[in-house]
Structures are given as C-alpha cells and as structure tokens.
Write a protein that binds this ligand. Structure first.
Ligand SMILES: [Mg+2]
Length: 159
C-alpha cells in the first residue's frame, strides 16, 4: 500500500500555513512524540509552545497521540492549554472523529500533521483530512535501529 501525504516537509516550522488556510483548513491536529517534541521527552521546547500559541489565534489546535501513559500525558497537559487526545489508536479514526466533533470541525477542514506514515498519515487519509508528513524532530539523535525502521516505513510513501 502506498500513502501519499499532501505535504512532506522537514519540520512543523516548514509547514505552509498560508496554503493550508487557503485550502480551507480550520483545525490542525498534531501528533505528539517526534512531531511536537522529542520522543519520550515529555517536554515542549519554548519555540514549539510559542508556535502552537501563534497558530491558535487562527486555527483550532489538537494534539492526537497514540501515547497512553497517563503520567506522561499529565506532564504534557501541564505545559499547554491545547486539547490532548491520548491513546488515539491511530490509524483508527474513532478518536480523530471525536476530536472533530468536540472542535466542531469537519474532517476535510483538518490538517493531520505527524511523523509516521502508517499512523498519522493513514488516519488523515482515512478521515479525508489534509495530511502533512514531517521528519522526526529528534532524528539526529536517533540510533541506527530507529532510523532504519523509519526508513522502511517511509518506503510506503509516494512522493
Ligand atoms: Mg510521532
């Protein structure tokens, strides 16, 4: 199966926000680990918090993560007012749809942004959202095995 994200960029900071806005996107759903913060770090950088804060003036912002570790999620929630949906079971669309409902936005007006084709991009495609694939925020610090697994997963992408 080949997955084609609508956009493929290096990081969240390289997303063409104007373009998304012009496409009618009203909500940005972000994956958490490796997209908004270093995997397992539980900590946003100041730059990322500022970025999300700036975006929140024009878009509804959601964090949609498959992470289900409650202590970790609690730590994340302490740092931001953004709605966090955890244990989202991406690429299953149920929690994605629930978030749409809560945010009063239809899936086609959502941009799903994440680093994993088989969870983040696939859930977005299944839901009919705009999809944005980003490189891992911590890719330079990942070990060989993690990078190799990432390489294999990315073979499913058609650019
Ligand atoms: Mg991720």
């Amino acid at each position: 199966m080949f997955l084609k994200p609508d956009f493929n960029v290096e990081s969240i900071y390289d997303i063409d926000i104007m373009k998304l806005d012009m496409m009618g996107v009203r909500a940005l759903f972000f994956d958490l680990d490796s997209t908004l913060m270093k995997s397992k770090s539980g900590k946003f950088s100041y730059k990322t918090l500022q970025f999300l804060n700036d975006l929140s003036t024009n878009f509804k912002i959601v964090i949609l993560t498959n992470n289900k570790k409650l202590s970790y999620i609690k730590k994340v929630k302490e740092q931001t007012d953004v709605s966090v949906y955890y244990n989202a079971k991406k690429p299953n669309v149920d929690v994605f749809y629930q978030a749409c409902k809560d945010m009063k936005v239809i899936p086609s007006k959502v941009a799903m942004i994440g680093d994993r084709p088989l969870s983040d991009i696939l859930v977005g495609i299944k839901a009919g959202a705009v999809t944005v694939l980003v490189d891992s925020i911590s890719k330079d610090e990942e070990n060989f095995i993690v990078r190799f697994a990432r390489f294999l997963e990315r073979l499913t992408i058609r650019k």
